[in-house]
Design a protein around this ligand. Structure first.
Ligand code: FE2
Length: 180
């Protein structure tokens, strides 16, 4: 993954951040926060004015992260991930809660369960399209995301962490050889 940081926001992005802030601060930590953030994120998905052109740019080397906003107190971060066709994450899990919404294109997700011996067993596989939202609440959130389509894919991710400090929401990367 490559990463860039954004300095100024479109009007749509500013409004989204206001809604996300309200969702995070107005709920108890845990599932209530994830559900409220999902409700705040959903209406923004697919809005063609939300992102500036430079925030939609991918990287031929790997999927790209554009850091769009970090809350003043570091309680959440908003990023756009841009995927060229065929690009994928490693198998990974997360440091904190996460809400993912597909903004454009389609993303294929495979979920895994870790067995006591450390091997990973695929449990679910699904394709999410523009407008679809999913919340992840660690632990038990091991997955891989792939742009399996032929067009650009963009997803918006809200993480309960300060990505300006930690860089990425990924807690651990799992070797493909662990898949049983
Ligand atoms: Fe993830």
């Amino acid at each position: 993954m490559t990463s860039t940081t954004t300095s100024h926001a479109t009007r749509g992005l500013t409004a989204l951040v206001t809604d996300l802030d309200r969702a995070v601060r107005g709920t108890a930590p845990g599932r209530a926060t994830v559900d409220a953030v999902a409700d705040a994120l959903r209406p923004a998905l697919g809005d063609p004015r939300l992102l500036r052109p430079d925030q939609r740019v991918g990287d031929p080397a790997a999927y790209r992260q554009h850091l769009l906003h970090v809350a003043d107190d570091g309680s959440f971060s908003l990023v756009a991930l841009v995927w060229l066709p065929g690009q994928a994450t490693p198998i990974h899990d997360h440091l904190a809660w996460c809400v993912v919404g597909v903004h454009e294109g389609a993303e294929h997700e495979t979920r895994y369960t870790a067995r006591p011996d450390g091997l990973l067993v695929p449990t679910e596989s699904a394709v999410a399209y523009a407008g679809d939202v999913e919340g992840l609440l660690p632990p038990g959130d091991i997955h891989r995301v792939t742009n399996a389509g032929t067009d650009l894919a963009i997803s918006l991710h809200v993480y309960g962490a300060d990505l300006s400090l930690v860089g990425s929401s990924i807690r651990r990367r799992y070797d493909d050889a662990l898949v049983g």
